[in-house]
Design a protein around this ligand. Structure first.
Ligand code: FES
Ligand code: FES
Length: 160
């Protein structure tokens, strides 16, 4: 069985994994990162989105062995010092969730979207998040939250 090394939310792990084990199952079942949900298991819904070496990926579409040597950030590793990440706070303040099942993936995908476009238009947000499905909200508040998160993150970067 292959042995892999990964860093997840700042902690290093060494794990023996079946070659077919999906990253999302490594995170949830072996490392206890249940903040990353499984919605479909077929790379359609985006609920399982995490950062892999700084880029968002659907963790049900990545094998754990492919993450060997990588740094992973889940929704549980986003905030710091007991504070929410600005994008998490924006989702909270804009009430961009109902059941919350899609929210971890939405937040991760939204942060990744801002890497390429720090001030995205509504259209760019809708297009950028098209791989993340929400069954509850109708998306309007999610779009508002991403705009707000983008503004707050922009201010955070420009504040000395
Ligand atoms: S659980 Fe991974 S995309 Fe749906
Ligand atoms: S808040 Fe329920 S799926 Fe998005």
């Amino acid at each position: 069985m292959p042995r892999i090394s990964v860093t997840v939310d700042g902690i290093s792990y060494e794990e023996d994994v079946e070659p077919r084990l999906l990253l999302v199952h490594l995170l949830r079942e072996r490392l206890g990162k249940t903040g990353t949900p499984v919605g479909c298991d077929t790379s359609n819904c985006g609920a399982c989105t995490v950062m892999l070496d700084g880029k968002s990926v659907k963790s049900c579409s990545v094998l754990a062995v492919q993450a060997d040597g990588c740094e992973i950030v889940t929704i549980e590793g986003l905030g710091s010092g007991g504070s929410m990440h600005p994008m998490q706070r924006a989702f909270h303040e804009e009430h961009a969730l109902q059941c919350g099942y899609c929210t971890p993936g939405m937040v991760m995908a939204a942060i990744d979207l801002l890497r390429d476009d720090p001030d995205p238009s509504e259209d760019a947000i809708r297009q950028g998040l098209e791989g993340n499905l929400c069954r509850c909200t109708g998306y309007c508040n999610i779009v508002r939250a991403v705009r707000r998160g983008a503004q707050e993150m922009g201010q955070a970067v420009s504040t000395p």
